[in-house]
Design a protein around this ligand. Structure first.
Ligand code: ADP
Ligand code: MG
Length: 140
């Protein structure tokens, strides 16, 4: 399996509860390496652009409110089959459906405040990494 990269966000519900380290530890224990990381407070424009694929969904406005409600930590993760590996350790979108031992089962507050974002395909990973990081900010 090839070593690839994916994009992750530790969401405001997690930074508010001081869980940046705990979440990152679970990512690392799942075989992912943090090759870029920064704590930012997303602007409304950044959040709306990032979630533009969800524009027609009923929760879009609230999701953008939530993602700009506090700081987030954006990360590039590297590992074998990184996109799937990250999705597996994240768990299902709704924590009520997430498997034991996943980040969302362990920490998520709700289907919206669900602690982490992870890219859903290699193609989207590249787009999302480029959305938040310059090349020289990623050190593998
Ligand atoms: P995932 O983050 O698992 O890829 P989606 O891409 O479907 O899930 O949704 C993006 C984000 O939108 C979710 O992580 C969650 O924060 C929020 N969200 C998804 N579904 C709902 C919902 N039914 N109500 C409120 N927020 C939601
Ligand atoms: Mg998604």
């Amino acid at each position: 399996m090839a070593v690839t990269r994916t994009f992750s966000i530790i969401k405001p519900d997690a930074t508010r509860r001081n869980l940046t380290g705990a979440v990152t530890k679970m990512l690392e224990e799942a075989g992912l390496r943090v090759v870029a990381s920064k704590r930012i407070h997303m602007t409304r424009e950044q959040a709306e652009g990032f979630y533009a694929v969800h524009k027609e969904r009923p929760f879009y406005g609230e999701l953008c409110d939530f993602m700009t409600s506090g700081p987030v930590v954006v990360q590039v993760l590297e590992g074998e089959d990184a996109v799937k590996r990250n999705r597996d350790v994240m768990g299902a979108t709704n924590p009520a459906d997430a498997a034991e031992g996943t980040i969302r089962k362990t920490f998520a507050e709700s289907i919206e405040a669900n602690t982490v974002h992870g890219s859903d395909s290699e193609e989207n990973a590249k787009i999302e990494i480029d959305y938040f990081f310059d090349k020289d900010e990623i050190v593998g």
